[in-house]
Ligand binder design. Structure first.
Ligand SMILES: Cc1cc2nc3c(=O)[nH]c(=O)nc-3n(C[C@H](O)[C@H](O)[C@H](O)COP(=O)(O)OP(=O)(O)OC[C@H]3O[C@@H](n4cnc5c(N)ncnc54)[C@H](O)[C@@H]3O)c2cc1C
Length: 509
C-alpha cells in the first residue's frame, strides 16, 4: 500500500483510508461500466453521497475543506475507477477556485453547495474550435442586453458535456484591440443546462475516455442573467488563471493512483508467466522495467503532494503545477508502454488494464494544457527567477592562469571610459569566453561608466568594425563582441595564447 505522507493532517489521512476503501469496494462495478461503455451514473451518485465532490469546498458551503492535498488524495484514488475519476475531477473543479476568489457572497452561496453535493455535475469550458492552447482566442461572444447576457458560439472537447448541469464558460465581451492585448476581452459565466438555445452538438469518439462523454456544446442566443457572471466584465483571463495551478495539479493527480494498480498487476502476472522454463519476473529486462515504473510512480506521487502542500500554504506554484501535470502524464504514458511490454501480447488486449493507461495518458499529455505549453510555462517563469539568474561570470585568474567563476572586481575597473579601454574590456572577454558575447551590463560591471556613455562608445567601435553589436527586436544593443580586427587592436596575439604546462615549446608556432 502506498504510504501516507507525514505532513498530511489527520483529516487528510482519514479521507485517504476512506476513499481507498471506497475504490476497493467499487472497483468491479467501475470495470462493468467500462466494459459496457456506459456512463457510470450510479457510481457517480455514490461518490456524491460520500461527499467527495466537496473535498476542496469550504465547510461553510457544505464541503470537506481538505484543500489541494485532500483533492489530490481523492482524485488519485477515484482515477482508479477511470470514468469516475475524470468526471469527478472536472466537476469538482468547474468554477470552484473561480467562485471562491471572484464570486459574490450570493454566488458562492448559490453554487458552492451544488459543487460540494455532486448531485449535479459541472463542466469547465475554455476550448473552442479556434481556441486551443491559445485559450484567449475565444470566439464565443457575450453581449449585454439589459440585465441579461446573450451568448453565441461553440465550445469543444468539453469533458462531461451532456451529463453536466453546470457549465463554467469563458466568453468574449469586447473586440477592442487594446483590451485584447491586455487580455481584457474575456468574461466568465456560469450557464445551466436547459437554457433555451443551449444544446449539445457532438460527443467525440476518442482514443481513450471510453465511457466519459466529451464533446461540443452550442450557444445559440442563450440568455443568462447578469448574476451568472463570475468576476468583473473583462476580468475573465484572471479568473481563468486563478484556478489553473489547482486544476493542473488535480488533473495530473488523477493518473497517479493507477500506477499502483499497474505495479500490482505486473508483479502478479510476471510471477505466473513462464518462458524458457523461468517465470518472466526473473528476466533482468523485466525487473528493470518494473523498477523504472515503481520509480516513476513514487516520484510523481511525491511531487504532486509537494505541489499540493505549496498551494495549501497559500502559494501560487505555477512552475510546480506545470511540472506535476507534465511528469504525471508523461510518466503515465511511459508506464503504460513499459507495462504492455512486460505483459507481452496479453498487455495489448483490453482484458488487462494496461493498454487503457497508455490511451488515457496520451489524452493527459494534451488536455488542460499540452506538455509543450507546460514546458513553455516552466521555462518562461524560471527564466525570470532571481535564483536562476545569479552572476556566473568567468574571470581571468592570474594565479591559476585560467578563467574561473569569480565575483572579484575586474582589472579594468576605474579606468577612463575611452574607446580604447572599452575595446580592451571586450577583447579581454575573448580570452575568458571565446564563444560568448558580453551584455552591456557585463562591460559596465568591468569598467564602470554610464549606460548611455557606453552605448555611444559601442556604436563608435562598431562603425570602425572593431566590435559586433547584436541588437534585440526593438533595435537596442543587447550584446557585444570584439571582431578579429578589434582583438588585434586591443592586445598582442600572445595575450590570447594559452597552453597547458605539459605542452612542449617546440610544438608551439
Ligand atoms: C479528452 C479531452 C478532454 C478535454 N477536456 C476539456 C474540458 O473539459 N474543457 C476544456 O475547456 N477543454 C478541454 N480539452 C481541450 C484541451 O485543453 C485542448 O485540447 C488543449 O488545450 C490543446 O488544444 P488543441 O487541442 O486545440 O491543440 P493546439 O493548441 O492546436 O495544439 C496543437 C499542437 O501545437 C502545440 N502548440 C500550440 N501552441 C504552442 C506554442 N505556443 N509553443 C509550442 N507548441 C505549441 C501543442 O503543444 C500541440 O502539440 C480536452 C481535450 C481532450 C482531448
Amino acid at each position: 500500500m502506498s504510504e501516507e505522507f507525514f505532513w498530511w493532517n489527520d483529516e487528510q489521512k482519514a479521507i485517504y483510508k476512506d476513499v481507498r476503501q471506497f475504490v476497493e469496494d467499487n472497483f468491479e462495478e467501475a470495470e462493468e461500466y467500462f466494459w459496457n461503455t456506459k456512463f457510470p451514473w450510479p457510481l457517480v451518485k455514490k461518490v456524491a453521497k460520500k461527499g467527495y465532490f466537496g473535498v476542496g469546498v469550504p465547510k461553510e458551503y457544505g464541503g470537506l475543506e481538505l484543500g489541494a492535498t485532500g483533492s489530490c488524495i481523492v482524485a488519485a484514488q477515484l482515477g482508479r475507477l477511470y470514468a469516475v475519476g475524470h468526471v469527478f475531477t472536472v466537476s469538482m473543479l468547474a468554477g470552484l477556485e473561480q467562485l471562491l476568489r471572484f464570486g459574490t457572497d450570493e454566488q458562492r452561496e448559490s453554487w458552492l453547495p451544488k459543487i460540494a453535493s455532486g448531485e449535479e455535475l459541472g463542466a469547465l469550458c475554455i476550448t473552442e474550435p479556434f481556441a486551443g492552447s491559445d485559450a484567449a482566442n475565444v470566439f464565443t461572444s457575450a453581449i449585454k442586453d439589459g440585465d441579461e447576457w446573450i451568448l453565441n458560439g461553440k465550445k469543444r472537447f468539453i469533458t462531461g458535456a451532456g451529463v453536466s448541469d453546470r457549465y463554467f464558460i469563458y466568453a468574449k465581451t469586447s473586440d477592442d484591440k487594446a483590451l485584447r492585448k491586455q487580455y481584457g476581452h474575456i468574461t466568465s459565466f456560469m450557464v445551466e443546462k436547459g437554457r433555451p438555445g443551449f444544446s449539445l452538438e457532438k460527443i467525440n469518439p476518442l482514443i481513450g475516455f471510453d465511457n466519459v462523454p466529451n464533446g461540443y456544446i452550442d450557444f445559440d442566443h442563450v440568455r443568462i442573467p447578469d448574476v451568472n457572471r463570475i468576476g468583473a466584465v473583462g476580468n475573465g483571463w484572471n479568473v481563468m488563471m486563478a484556478g489553473l495551478n489547482f486544476e493542473r495539479l488535480i488533473g495530473a493527480a488523477v493518473f497517479s493512483g493507477l500506477f499502483e494498480d499497474v505495479i500490482n498487476l505486473l508483479f502478479h502476472f510476471t510471477k505466473r508467466r513462464v518462458q524458457f522454463r523461468r517465470t518472466t519476473n526473473q528476466f533482468p529486462g523485466i525487473q528493470e522495467k518494473i523498477a523504472e515504473i515503481i520509480t516513476k510512480a513514487k516520484v510523481s506521487r511525491l511531487f504532486s503532494y509537494h505541489c499540493a502542500k505549496l498551494i495549501d500554504n497559500g502559494g501560487e506554484p505555477m512552475v510546480e503545477a506545470s511540472i506535476a501535470k507534465m511528469i504525471n502524464t508523461e510518466y503515465a504514458r511511459d508506464i503504460g508502454l513499459k507495462a504492455i511490454q512486460v505483459l507481452g501480447g496479453d498487455g495489448l488486449t483490453k482484458f488487462l488494464p494496461a493498454e487503457r493507461i497508455l490511451r488515457e495518458a496520451k489524452i493527459g499529455e494534451i488536455v488542460a494544457g499540452t506538455t509543450e505549453v507546460q514546458k513553455m510555462i516552466i521555462y518562461r517563469f524560471c527564466a525570470m527567477l532571481p535564483s536562476y539568474n545569479k552572476p556566473m561570470r568567468l574571470k581571468w585568474n592570474d594565479k591559476v592562469n585560467a578563467p574561473i567563476i569569480s565575483k572579484k572586481e575586474s582589472q579594468f575597473k576605474g579606468m577612463d571610459i575611452t574607446e580604447e579601454n572599452v575595446l580592451k574590456v571586450i577583447s579581454h572577454d575573448y580570452k575568458v569566453n571565446p564563444g560568448l558575447y558580453m551584455t552591456p551590463d557585463d562591460v559596465r560591471e568591468d569598467i564602470g561608466g554610464g549606460r548611455s556613455e557606453l552605448r555611444k562608445i559601442f556604436e563608435q567601435l562598431e562603425e570602425q568594425k572593431l566590435i559586433v553589436i547584436h541588437r534585440d527586436r526593438s533595435g537596442k544593443t543587447a550584446l557585444v563582441k570584439a571582431t578579429y580586427e578589434g582583438l588585434q587592436k586591443a592586445f598582442p596575439k600572445e595575450y590570447y595564447q594559452w597552453f597547458p604546462a605539459w605542452y612542449e615549446n617546440a610544438d608551439k608556432f
